[in-house]
Design a protein around this ligand. Structure first.
Ligand SMILES: Cc1ncc(COP(=O)(O)O)c(C=O)c1O
Length: 407
């Protein structure tokens, strides 16, 4: 199908998809953010798809696809380690169909449990996604179930396009829309709608530096495979864009930018601290692009999609600690004290006198590199301000304890 035909078909299907999606999902808020506008220089609007049913926009494509196949198939199969798994499991239970989700063996326990809780049978198979994918195709063949692709499927893309319909309905005019890119299903759906309804709007995709598959494919002029590295934005880790998604992105998307792991982590922290909203790494990509200045959006009315909120609790605690350290609100200091009773107590008293609140203390005298009769002490504490930290270091020095700031 020619691109004009393909995008027009997606627009047409998306209207039917919206009637299905509306019935079983939330109409998530789209609202301006003064904080992000100030930080980026743009006029920023956030679309809160992290508050969507199942925790991400993925449920849209899954619902429409399952709705389309429910008459002709006896069940559905998908391969996914994350949000697509939950979307398909939820959609199948709504449509009264059995579902089998093949997840790689490393899939996180909360995601496996969430997928099961929507009524799916979960099969753990393979070390990497590709192995789970092959297994899912095998199961589909053997059981006569329909395989639901995570992004390279016109019905799935039309389902994701309902997010574009919703946004263009909620905000009359805007200049730029920032969309996270995994396999490219979401941005294909959004671009098809936006370019049909508001051709002047720039559609910009955001990928992690760890997996720039769409960027590399655009440069190569065809979908190419990459070896992704680890990323906190696990939802955006895909080896290769789809055939359909590559075709749509290469024609309709204005630009693709990449963001670093540091920028993704900062964006999650900022959204949590300032907007009181929790997003996962993939869901933070558009905000990461905004605050890092990777996109030129000065004065532009810019929509940033927060595409999902399914983040592991263990990851959140690391992001918060990193954010607090970066802001100088949690610090770690190291120094040597005489290995005598009362010395460590005195150091802690100095910290407390400036309202430092201890998080962790390490006291080591066993390392042969430590000067004789001394112990090496590393203290992590919350501090009210950088000034208070400097005062603590000064007062410790006055008392003969030479400590320095780490990191
Ligand atoms: C939260 C989140 N955002 C964005 C994406 C990217 O979507 P797509 O693969 O359609 O590009 C995903 C994919 O899983 C996701 O889970």
């Amino acid at each position: 199908m020619s691109l004009g035909g393909l995008a027009a078909k997606i627009v047409e299907l998306s209207r039917e998809a919206l009637t299905v999606v509306r019935e079983y999902t939330h109409l998530t808020p789209l609202s301006p953010s003064a904080t992000l506008s100030k930080l980026s220089g743009a006029r920023v609007y956030l679309k809160y798809e992290n508050l969507q049913k199942t925790g991400s926009f993925k449920v849209r494509g899954a619902l429409y696809k399952v709705f389309k196949v429910k008459e002709g198939a006896s069940g559905v199969v998908a391969a996914s380690a994350g949000n697509h798994a939950q979307g398909v499991a939820y959609a199948a239970s709504i449509m009264g169909m059995p579902s089998i989700i093949v997840m790689p063996e490393y899939a996180s326990i909360p995601k496996v449990e969430a997928t099961k809780s929507y009524g799916a049978e979960v099969v753990l198979y393979g070390k990497i996604y590709d192995e789970a994918y092959s297994k899912a195709l095998e199961i589909a063949e053997a059981r006569g179930f329909e395989f639901v692709h995570a992004f390279d499927d016109i019905d799935v893309i039309a389902g994701q396009a309902t997010l574009g319909l919703e946004i263009t309905g909620q905000l009359q005019d805007f200049d730029v829309i920032l969309v996270p890119v995994g396999g490219g299903g979401l941005i294909s759906g959004i671009a098809s709608i936006v370019k049909a309804r508001k051709p002047g709007v720039k559609v910009i995709g955001v990928e992690p530096e760890a997996a720039p598959k769409m960027l590399y494919s655009l440069k190569a002029g065809r979908p190419v495979s990459i070896e992704p590295k680890y990323s906190i934005a696990d939802g955006l880790i895909t080896k290769k864009p789809g055939e359909l998604t590559f075709q749509i992105v290469s024609e309709l998307v204005d630009d693709i930018v990449t963001v670093s792991e540091e920028e993704l982590s900062e964006a999650i922290y900022l959204l949590l601290e300032r907007k009181k909203t929790l997003v996962e790494g993939a869901g933070a990509a558009s905000v990461a692009a905004l605050i890092s200045g990777r996109v030129n959006v000065e004065d532009k009315k810019t929509v940033a999609i927060l595409s999902g909120g399914n983040i592991d609790m263990t990851v959140i605690s690391k992001v918060i600690l990193k954010g607090l350290s970066k802001a100088g609100r949690v610090v770690r200091i190291t120094g040597y004290v005489l290995d005598r009773p009362g010395q460590l107590k005195r150091v802690l008293e100095v910290i407390a006198s400036h309202r430092g609140n201890i998080i962790d203390v390490q006291h080591d005298w066993s390392d042969p590199k430590i000067p004789a009769w001394h112990a090496k002490v590393t203290i992590m504490f919350e501090t009210p301000s950088i000034q208070a930290t400097n005062k603590i270091l000064e007062d410790l020095l006055k008392e003969g304890y030479e400590f320095s700031l780490e990191g």
